[in-house]
Design a protein around this ligand. Structure first.
Ligand code: NDP
Length: 462
């Protein structure tokens, strides 16, 4: 894949699905933050597009209601008024070619006021994926800029199993080359996830110990204390594997296990990353690797390091973290000490971004035994004045910069679905066997009974 150039001027971002929740709650706020920080191209317009008929003023009111004043920017109101002037909305269908012709004419009218003939267009599909292929076709045939860069951004979920993901990739690729396609997994834009490579490859104490001689197991956890909250219908058909495991947790697994890239350029990182090689080497999840409650686990090849992917709703905590548990010290000098703990490296995304190292120290004072202690780098405390962007701010900026390293490549998406599709079909009773019953657990509890025993099977120790 050739590198793309950065879009610095004369751009229009077309937000398809602009009437929806994602656009209003996350995408327009992210664009506004980039606008306030002067990180958008110089001449820029953002055109919302969806079927709903919404007049201009109502649309601006809708969008503005989610642009919250952080209270640390005296020019906020002034910036908001300026931002409103670059927003507009066009109503049209997703399957009618003439509606896209009209959209194209609308964009050309805006561009006629741009100062140079280069016109760049970014199309963000904040929509259910069943309309992606038809929209991709109309955009390519009717709204594509012949005078500049074109980029197509596809929001997740990207398919619901291997077959549908393959259809989606093939359908879109008939019209859009991979180089111009950006598939979202917003976890790739999160600060702590972006930090994994630096932690691994900028420190000899981690790179030197990153193997099965030293690591007992790795746990990647995404626990939510809330339930499906009105999204029960969606969740019934999606389930936790599709919702967060096949995408977010699998992406973190890839970065944790990828080989060292030869350089940090997006191309090298993607090639090594998000370790398509690695994902391809993982055998599909087997039934014995799974505890089905609201929790799923997955085990790498025997002999390797077990990776345990845990995710659930309605649990007793909101916690997203990667926990690398090191093996017990073979020297064993303190083995009899009851307080001896497992050494761990923890990368915490929630609550509060932090890097922690759990280790044993001599009990302070006259005592010669050991006690567990924690070294903690809390991002808020350590970097109080640094602006740490939200994931969608990172990703939208990367689309404009032409940096694919925070997006999901076609072969990577397929490799991830290959791992999880057999177990999804089993969980849904689509593999010819009786649909298994998940182990029930109480709202707000630690999860299904047997969880600790299941984790211990893979070497996990508290
Ligand atoms: P919405 O259901 O609000 O859909 C967005 C817009 O798409 C709607 O306003 C509607 O616009 C149009 N739409 C809805 N259903 C259909 C359909 N069946 N066929 C064609 N158009 C449809 O979704 P969200 O905005 O919440 O999310 C958009 C996508 O992003 C979804 O796939 C979602 O799963 C995903 N997502 C959402 C997140 C969120 O926090 N909301 C987070 C991460 C991903 P109109 O009728 O005006 O055309």
């Amino acid at each position: 894949m050739r590198g793309l150039s950065q879009i610095t001027d004369n751009a229009i971002i077309v937000m398809l699905g602009a009437s929806g929740d994602l656009a209003k709650k996350l995408l327009y706020p992210a664009l506004f933050t980039l606008f306030r920080r002067d990180l958008l191209p110089k001449q820029i317009h953002i055109v919302g597009y969806a079927r709903s008929k919404i007049d201009h003023d109502d649309f601006i009111t809708q969008v503005s209601s989610d642009l919250k004043d952080p209270g640390d920017d005296p020019s906020f109101s002034e910036q908001l008024e300026k931002f409103k002037t670059i927003l507009s909305y066009v109503s049209g269908s997703y399957d009618d070619g003439s509606a896209f012709d009209e959209l194209n004419r609308y964009l050309e009218k805006i561009e006629s006021n741009y100062s140079t003939p280069e016109h760049n267009r970014v199309f963000y599909l904040a929509l259910p994926s069943n309309v992606f292929v038809q929209i991709a076709k109309h955009l390519k045939k009717r709204v594509y800029s012949n005078r500049g860069a074109n980029r197509l951004v596809l929001e997740k979920p990207l398919g619901s199993d291997l077959e549908s993901a393959q259809e989606l990739v093939k359908g879109v690729s008939q019209f859009w080359p991979e180089e111009q396609t950006f598939r979202i997994d917003h976890y790739l834009g999160k600060e702590i996830v972006k930090n994994i490579l630096a932690l691994r490859f900028a420190n000899s104490f981690t790179s030197g110990f990153w193997d099965n001689n030293h690591i007992s197991n790795v746990q990647i956890t995404l626990n939510e204390s809330f339930g499906t909250e009105g999204r029960g219908g969606y969740f019934d058909s999606a389930g936790i594997i599709r919702d967060v495991i096949q995408n977010h947790l699998c992406q973190m697994l890839s970065i944790l296990t990828m080989e060292r890239p030869t350089s940090l350029t997006p191309k090298e990182t993607i090639n090594e990353k998000l370790g398509v090689k690695l994902l391809r080497a993982i055998r599909p999840v087997q039934r014995e690797d799974v505890l089905l409650g609201q929790y799923e686990g997955y085990l790498d090849d025997s002999g390797g390091v077990p990776f345990i992917l845990k995710a659930g709703k309605a649990l007793d905590e909101n916690r997203v973290e990667i926990r690398v548990q090191f093996k017990d010290n073979p020297e064993g000098l303190y083995d009899d000490d009851e307080q001896l703990c497992r050494s761990e490296l923890i990368m915490r995304l929630k609550p509060g971004e932090a890097i922690l190292i759990k280790l044993n120290i001599k009990s302070p004072g006259f005592d010669t035994g050991v006690i567990p202690a924690e070294l903690k780098l809390d991002y808020k405390e350590a970097f109080p004045d640094v602006f740490i962007p939200e994931a969608y701010e990172v990703l939208l900026r990367d689309v404009l910069r032409g940096d694919h390293s925070t997006f999901v490549r076609d072969d990577e998406l397929i490799a991830a679905w290959k791992i999880f599709t057999p177990i999804l079909h089993w969980a849904e009773g689509k593999d010819g066997n009786k649909k298994p019953s998940p182990i029930k657990y109480a709202f707000g509890s630690r999860g299904p009974e047997g969880l600790d025993k299941f984790l211990a099977k893979f070497g996990s120790k508290d």
